[in-house]
Design a binder for this molecule. Structure first.
Ligand SMILES: [Zn+2]
Length: 265
């Protein structure tokens, strides 16, 4: 990681989950483990080892994962109003999924009756539209126009063949994330902090160029891990005309950020 663009993570994954008093939920999941994981062959869990939270996913979605002897469950916040038998059915379905076991049919039926009711379908549709929407401001900044920069780089380095994504300045002046390419929304976002007369154009070009390379070189998955900055990516990146200067400018940006932090501490 070089630190000038966001770690390429799933949308929403970093937002804090909603607080919820959940001893009851933990007990329901604990019970599902006791019944499905007979003899506790795979998990020896206490109630306290299970964390259950409601989470504002875009759309109807729940997750369960196990890590270092603990289990983490996130339920769609659309289920906050679900009756107890529905939560119980969902707990069995999720635990069965974690154990790679077939879920009891009765639980499937109870879950579906609630999840596919018109009210929940409407609510999940709304959540998907509102939460899944990307905020687009504009490619035309105060000083620099990202459309022009993109077109110029595309001509110079990609024979104008790179498909154009949505280009936008970020709404906030982030100094830790200077650029970001989002595959799901086909968007390149550049930090508004760079839209300044004090920042040389070649540095913005460099950040945009880096994100353009993410379009050309999709992430490679090796053993379940994603690699974004492959060797091919890096060597092509070094072909940028102002690569050296850009690295030095980047060092300055990072150093200044640390100084600000040190002063604040
Ligand atoms: Zn990158």
């Amino acid at each position: 990681m070089t630190g000038y663009h966001a770690p390429h993570k799933m949308a929403n994954e970093s937002s804090p989950a909603m607080p919820q008093s959940n001893l009851h939920l933990q007990r329901v999941f604990h019970d599902a483990f006791r019944q499905l994981d007979r003899g506790q062959r795979r998990f020896r869990l206490n109630v306290a080892d299970i964390e259950v939270k409601f989470y504002p996913y875009a759309g109807l979605h729940h997750t369960i994962r196990a890590r270092s002897g603990r289990v983490y469950v996130r339920l769609s916040d659309l289920f906050q109003t679900a009756p107890p038998e529905v939560i119980r059915a969902l707990a069995f379905l999720l635990v069965a999924r974690l154990l790679s076991r077939k879920a009891p049919v009765a639980h499937e039926r109870v879950y579906r009756a609630f999840a596919f009711s018109p009210e929940i379908l409407r609510a999940s549709d709304l959540a998907r539209r509102q939460r899944g929407r990307k905020v687009i401001s504009s490619a035309q900044g105060r000083i620099y126009d990202l459309e022009k920069i993109f077109a110029r780089l595309n001509r110079r380095y990609f024979d104008s063949e790179l498909p154009k994504p949505v280009l936008t300045w970020s709404r906030r002046k982030s100094r830790s994330i200077l650029g970001h390419h989002d595959t799901a929304h086909d968007t390149i976002t550049i930090s508004k902090a760079l839209d300044s007369g004090e920042v040389p154009e070649w540095f913005i070009e460099y950040i945009v160029f880096h994100e353009m390379l993410h379009i050309k070189h999709p992430a490679r998955v090796i053993n379940g891990r994603r690699y974004y900055h492959t060797r091919a990516f890096r060597s092509e990146e070094q072909g940028f005309k102002h690569y050296r200067q850009s690295q030095e400018w980047l060092d300055r940006v990072i150093r200044r950020r640390h100084e600000v932090r040190a002063r604040a501490a």
